[in-house]
Design a protein around this ligand. Sequence first.
Ligand SMILES: [Zn+2]
Length: 376
Amino acid sequence: MPGGGPPTRPPGHPAAGYVSAEVTRRGPAGPPVRVAGVSYSGPHSDPFDPFDPFGPSDPRRPSDSSDAWGSDRPRRSRLRRPLTVALAALVPGALLGWLAYEALGGTGSGGNGGAGGARAGAGVSASAPGTAPAGGDDRPGTLSAPPSGAVAPLTGKVVVIDPGHNPANVRHTAEIGRQVDIGTNRKECDTTGTSTNSGYSEAEFTLDVAHRLRTLLEGQGATVKLTQDGDRPFGPCVDERARIGNAAHADAVVSIHADGSAEGDRGFHVILPAAVHAGAADTRAVVGPSKELGKLIANDFARSTGTSPSNYVGDGTGLVTRRDLGGLNLSTVPKVFIECGNMRDSNDAALLTSGAWRQKAAQGMSEGIVSFLHGS
Ligand SMILES: [Zn+2]
């Protein structure tokens, strides 16, 4: 959760209930994108697919349900079409990639969710298009690197990832409690963040997702910088977090969080900067691009993880605009926060503690960022 806590649900406003994944996929509109020849527009939606033996609505079209690559990987059914010489040359490479993936799979969970968490993640993704091969993978996405010889799509782009809380903040409460100027107000330097009821901290979660996201983005050729890597005694303060993105002239910044709301409050939301012009804060130039970045991330996060937008803020859109966060107010580059789920809800916690789910979360963020940077 960001400093100051999330907006609270108005008194008497009932929880909307957990919305289905089908509702999720209808979420904020974002254009279909193509990255390194991989379609992210979802199954059966690309009428221009040159490898597709069937039209978009042809009843003979095979289902993707048996496709272990998931909906955003090239469908194996495409290979039923007589191969061109050029395509045939690509097949050995694809097989090698698959074998490499299989070799990396099943290497265990990196989180305290372990196998139980992975099962929970699989349960959610079963009703939505998955992005990882069956069984999930706890390793950063080795399949996301562009094919050798291809130009990495994010070459020259700078992305700053802000793991929302330093795991060591809990031992420096006095230091992080000092007030800093956020333009509209003064606010505490940083906060410890929340945790699941079983003690898995938001700080640990955000750092893990940040590492996964960094690997994915670097695989696309981006230059990636983290605001902290668990490598300093506390902080940075929220004003410094913003300045790091500004100084890097980042093309996009994402601050990763998980929320600490009530049991029953579920789902993710992306926090967008409000138009603020006060003191050192002037977001007016980045409100538009930040909103676009946020919508793309929300769209791809929902699809990749199979989870729904928040049922307690954002009116089901998964988007919330705030003017009380220093990390957003002081940013002069496109920036959003994402609250990946509610650590205090037992169902969301089962996802957040799963390494396989965190990989899907990072994948969704990566795809949203890639979409944004392609359009910028
Ligand atoms: Zn947080």
